[in-house]
Design a protein around this ligand. Structure first.
Ligand code: 3HC
Length: 712
């Protein structure tokens, strides 16, 4: 990455030299221009802060300077505090961000932040200390600290409400959303949109300077934060808590914004800083920081040197829910895509569903009408494979049966242009077996999306035994184009994610046998941060489906593998889940209720098996549910299914809704202790069969007393 390159360039230079090159200072007539140029994203590293401090001093003391413009070199303005320096000695180098802001707020001449790319976190907070903010049309601004389990610790919770009001500030800071320049202008986050930088900003600064004295700094403007009804915060806490699902930072952010309204600025700023430090020291922030780097690391495949091919057109086979969703993913990214199926009716049904999905997005306000129309226009339909021939990639999302897929791939092999990528969205079948149907196995790869494909962020790429480096590089890069988070899996049963899932749902049923209730299990899973409990999830996907999948797999499993009979027993009793109005729960519409009949069936099963039932603490349930995930994840690292532990975290956060503020299952496993996971796996193997036992890697790490996957 560029960071690494940059730090290589740092070597052998003094800190002063690095700071000098990190921030340049130029003049355009009577306007001083400060250019922050520190790869990759101009973060507020020690070098940048030092450079800014001396540039501000120079501009302040220069009588010929009438106004000051601050801008970013390279692809962006300042993307925030330097996350890689947080907690290190470098973060203590003076001036700190607060001191820089003070210099700007006391600046005797007009200051203008000139934004392109992104002004995020501490970067936007620096801009908030300027008298004015201008941006080019493509720029985005925001305070995304909440995504790292933090709050804006340099006055963001104090200054933003003064510009945009309480409601908008709560929304922007608790969501961490990036705001487009035009929206930011409407809200008051910026003062003008300019055509070019730094020219547009210099002209703006000159105009403002001609008007006389600089205006009041943002921190001294109070009209939007006085006389706020305390009920506003009660309501905001209720709303935000419901969405936060256990995350701390969003509620602390509201505390800080409330403080802005009730205390003098100095006191409220000190409160914000103290709260920032508490959050920084929290487990949640450590987990989210881990996750931030995990997502970026997952894109990199060691040893892969091939350059990705350009993907300018695509085709999707299968116009069902999944295929339609995948077509939308390409269209949303601006890539023209063919949608195809066996009959005109199937294709028509597919495109009608897509149209409906876009209509819903527009009605909900999550997509502008023009964007939806643009995307829809990029989707063409056909039933003739010959039409797909020129596509750079084709993704098959047909029925999950090997003979069907092999037939499709044999036909694709005949028509597709040389070098086109032939991808399967399979979640269970072997990529190698699918590739066997073609004469170009090097071009065959798994590209697995999660339902609904246009919403879920995970793209799990699966490398077959003969998949070429070129193909792997291309589908990894494609993830970024499509706005997905990618991981690379080696071909195996269930790949990274689904291979683990069966242990989570399986253990939930064993817990039922032993005395836990569906309601308790689901409540614990949701309190942990999962979007839905495992029992409710089963009810939604259909208990009969679960039974069928198990029966199909049984032959390939060790003879000592045990399945709880509860699922099959419920299905026999006509309880197939939501679609029949009863499963683990009883349903009235979408509302679910505990069902005494289900409880009786579970008790019967336990009695027949001679299992003694007991009470479970929430803590024990939590550990029992998630420990088996970690155990199977360790086996994936061991056998090369996953490149690294953190990739598994990325897969589970994006594909299964595992809470990012717990860092992902593998990070969570390190927190609870790998030795405990190991002991639990030994127990589980006794109860459920040898497949549940620990692998060699976990055993070795435990025996050597190692606490983390990096020690592997
Ligand atoms: N500090 C240090 N490195 C950072 C960084 C940051 N704030 N933000 C990004 N990087 C690094 C990434 O790790 C990556 O490094 P790599 O190439 O070695 O993997 C490189 O910059 C490029 O990042 P992306 O791959 O994410 O590039 P994109 O172009 O997709 O996205 C971005 C750019 C929108 C800036 C995105 O990186 C991002 O959202 N960064 C985080 C921004 C953020 O959270 N800022 C707030 C920090 S906390 C703060 O400011 C506290 C303050 O309130 C006191």
């Amino acid at each position: 990455g560029e960071t690494r390159l940059y730090h290589a360039l740092d070597a052998g230079r003094t800190f002063a030299e690095i700071a000098m090159s990190a921030v340049r200072y130029e003049m355009d007539g009577d306007v001083g221009i400060v250019i922050v140029d520190y790869q990759p994203v101009n973060a507020l590293s020690a070098a940048v802060r030092t450079g800014l401090g001396s540039a501000f001093t120079k501009a302040r003391d220069d009588k010929n300077v009438k106004a000051l413009v601050i801008t970013g070199g390279g692809r962006t303005f300042i993307a925030g505090a330097d996350i890689t320096e947080m907690g290190t000695e470098k973060s203590k180098v003076k001036p700190d961000l607060h001191e820089l802001q003070k210099m700007l707020e006391e600046f005797p001449k007009v200051t203008v932040a000139a934004i392109h790319g992104t002004a995020l976190g501490g970067g936007y907070e620096l801009a908030l200390a300027c008298h004015y903010r201008v941006a080019v049309k493509s720029a985005k601004v925001g305070l995304p600290e909440v995504s790292l389990g933090l709050l804006p610790g340099a006055g963001g919770t104090q200054r933003l409400p003064r510009l945009v009001g309480i409601d908008a500030a709560i929304d922007i800071i608790t969501s961490g959303r990036h705001i487009s320049a035009s929206k930011a202008l409407d809200l008051g986050m910026i003062d003008a949109v300019v055509d070019d930088l730094p020219g547009g900003a210099v002209a703006f600064a000159r105009d403002m300077a001609a008007g006389g004295q600089p205006p009041l700094p943002v921190i001294a403007r109070n009209d939007k934060i006085v006389s706020i009804d305390p009920a506003v915060f009660v309501e905001a806490r209720r709303k935000v808590a419901a969405k936060a699902r256990g995350k701390n930072a969003p509620l602390v952010i509201i505390d800080c914004i409330e403080k802005a309204c009730n205390a003098p600025a100095e006191e409220a700023l000190a409160f914000e800083l103290a709260e920032f430090r508490k959050l920084y020291a929290s487990d949640q922030s450590a987990a989210l920081m881990h996750y931030f780097f995990a997502e970026r690391e997952a894109r990199r495949v060691p040893g892969l040197s091939a350059e990705p091919n350009d993907i300018a057109s695509a085709a999707v086979i299968g116009a069902g829910t999944m295929g339609g969703g995948i077509a939308m993913v390409f269209a949303n990214a601006g890539i023209p895509v063919y949608l195809t199926d066996v009959s005109n009716e199937a294709v028509e049904r597919g495109i009608a569903l897509i149209r409906k999905n876009y209509e819903t997005s527009v009605a909900r306000g999550s997509m502008p009408r023009a964007a939806a129309d643009r995307a829809l226009a990029l989707i063409s339909t056909t039933t003739d494979y010959a039409d797909l021939a020129d596509a750079d990639i084709v993704i098959e999302a047909a029925f999950e049966r090997l003979d069907i897929k092999q037939d499709i791939f044999a036909r694709l092999d005949k028509v597709m242009k040389p070098g086109a990528i032939l991808a399967s969205n399979t979640s269970t079948l072997s990529i190698d077996a699918i590739a066997d149907a073609t004469k170009r196995p090097e071009d065959v790869v798994g590209v697995h999306f999660f339902s609904p494909a246009n919403v879920m962020k995970l793209q799990e790429n699966i490398r077959g035994a003969r998949t070429s480096d070129q193909t792997v590089a291309t589908v990894m890069a494609l993830g970024k184009t499509l706005g997905k988070n990618v991981v690379l899996a080696r071909n195996c049963d269930g790949f990274i994610g689904n291979r683990m899932l069966q242990y989570y749902t399986g253990e939930a049923e064993f817990l039922l046998e032993q005395g836990a209730t569906p309601e308790q299990i689901d409540r614990v899973a949701m309190a942990f941060g999962m979007p839905m409990g495992p029992m409710a999830m089963r009810d939604m996907s259909g208990l009969d489906v679960g039974v069928l999948v198990r029966e199909a797999r049984r032959a390939s499993l060790p003879p000592d593998e045990r399945f709880s009979p509860i699922l099959a027993r419920l299905v026999d009793g006509g309880r197939l889940g939501m679609k029949t109005g009863k499963g683990f729960y009883r349903y009235e519409g979408r509302d679910k209720f505990p069902d005494p009949e289900t409880a009786a069936i579970i008790e019967d099963v336990a009695r027949e098996l001679g299992i003694e039932r007991r009470e479970f603490s929430d803590e024990e349930i939590e550990f029992r549910l998630f420990a088996p995930l970690v155990n199977e994840g360790a086996k994936e690292i061991e056998d090369g299914t996953a490149l690294r532990a953190s990739d598994i975290d990325v897969a589970w956060v994006n594909g299964y809704g595992f809470p990012a503020h717990k860092g992902g299952p593998m990070f969570w496993g390190e927190q609870v202790g790998l030795d405990r996971i190991y002991a639990a796996a030994l127990e589980a193997a006794k109860r459920n069969g040898s497949r549940w036992g620990p692998g060699k890697l976990l055993e070795r790490l435990t025996n050597e007393g190692k606490g983390g996957w990096r020690d592997a």
